[in-house]
Design a protein. Structure first.
Ligand code: KIV
Length: 264
C-alpha cells in the first residue's frame, strides 16, 4: 500500500513502528522502496555523503530539488520527504512557502524543517498552504555552529524542558511527525508519550514511534565518522574495493573483455 501522511500518523495509533531511510539517487531508491520502508528522506546529509561537503550548511535548494526528482522517479510505495536546506526557509515566510512548494512540485510529498518552537508560526503557515511538514529537533545539524558541535541535546533540565515544549508547539502548529536526533532515550520517551503524532528517532533510543538512519551508514559505504547510534548491516566498502581491484587487474592482464562481452 502506498504510504501517505495520514497513514503514517495512523501507524502510531496502531502501535506499528515506522521505518525511514535516506535516499539520494534513483538506483538506490528503487531498491529501498521495494523493501517496505515507509518513508524515503532526501536528507541534506546528501551534502556530506554525496558531495563531500564538511557539513550540511552549503547544501542548496537546487541540490535537494535535483535529488528529489531522481528519488521520486524510483519511489512507488514510500512517502517521499525532502529536507529544506539551510537558508531556504529562514529568510521569510514567502521564501519558505515558495521553496517548500518547489519540493512538492519536484515530487516530494512533505518537507522536513529543523527547529522547534521558534518555527511554529512558519509550520502553521505551510500546513495551511497544503504543505505537510515533518519537524526535526534535538541535534539539528544546520545549527552546528550555535550548538558547538555534534553533541547529544536535552541533557540538562532546562534543555530537556525546551525540547518537550518544542515538540508540543510543533504538534500544535501542524507537523505530522517529528524527527528526534541525538537525545537521551528517556527524553525521547517522554516526548513520544506526550504527542499524538509519530516521533522518528535517530540516536534517540528505543521508545520512538519509528527510526531513521542514513542509507550509506547502514550499508557500510560511508567511511567517515560513524556515530554510536548507527548499525552497519553490511560492509560494502571493502566489497566494492575488491570488485574494482579485480576489474583493474582483468583489464591490465587482458582477462576482460572476454568473448561473451564482444560484438561481432
Ligand atoms: O539529512 C538527514 O539525513 C537527516 C536525517 C538523518 C534525520 O536529517
Amino acid at each position: 500500500m502506498k504510504a501517505t501522511v495520514p497513514n503514517i500518523i495512523e501507524k502510531k495509533k496502531r502501535g506499528e513502528k515506522i521505518t525511514m531511510l535516506t535516499a539520494y539517487d534513483y538506483s538506490t531508491a528503487l531498491i529501498i522502496d521495494r523493501c517496505g520502508v515507509d518513508i524515503l528522506l532526501v536528507g541534506d546529509s546528501v551534502g556530506p555523503i554525496f558531495s563531500g561537503y564538511e557539513n550540511t550548511l552549503p547544501v542548496t535548494t537546487e541540490e535537494i530539488l535535483y535529488h528529489t526528482k531522481a528519488v521520486s522517479r524510483a519511489r512507488k510505495n514510500a512517502l517521499l520527504v525532502s529536507d529544506m536546506p539551510f537558508l531556504s526557509y529562514q529568510t521569510s515566510f514567502e521564501d519558505a512557502v515558495r521553496n517548500c512548494g518547489l519540493m512538492l512540485k519536484a515530487g516530494a510529498e512533505a518537507v522536513k524543517l529543523e527547529g522547534g518552537q521558534e518555527i511554529a508560526d512558519l509550520v502553521r503557515k505551510l500546513s495551511h498552504s497544503g504543505i505537510p511538514v515533518m519537524g526535526h529537533i534535538g541535534l539539528t545539524p544546520q545549527s552546528i555552529h550555535s550548538l558547538g558541535g555534534y553533541k547529544v541535546q536535552g541533557k540538562t533540565e532546562d534543555t530537556r524542558r525546551k525540547l518537550i515544549i518544542s515538540a508540543k508547539s510543533l504538534e500544535e502548529a501542524g507537523v505530522f511527525s517529528i524527527v528526534l536526533e541525538c537525545v537521551p532515550e528517556d527524553v525521547a520517551k517522554e516526548i513520544t508519550e506526550n504527542v499524538n503524532i509519530p516521533t522518528i528517532g535517530i540516536g534517540a533510543g528505543r521508545y520512538c514511534d519509528g527510526q531513521v538512519l542514513v542509507i550509506n551508514d547502514i550499508l557500510g559505504l560511508f567511511e567517515g565518522f560513524r556515530p554510536k547510534f548507527v548499525k552497519k548491516y553490511v560492509d560494502l566498502a571493502p566489497l566494492i574495493e575488491g570488485a574494482v581491484k579485480n576489474y583493474v587487474e582483468d583489464v591490465k592482464t587482458g582477462k576482460f573483455p572476454e568473448e561473451t562481452h564482444i560484438f561481432s
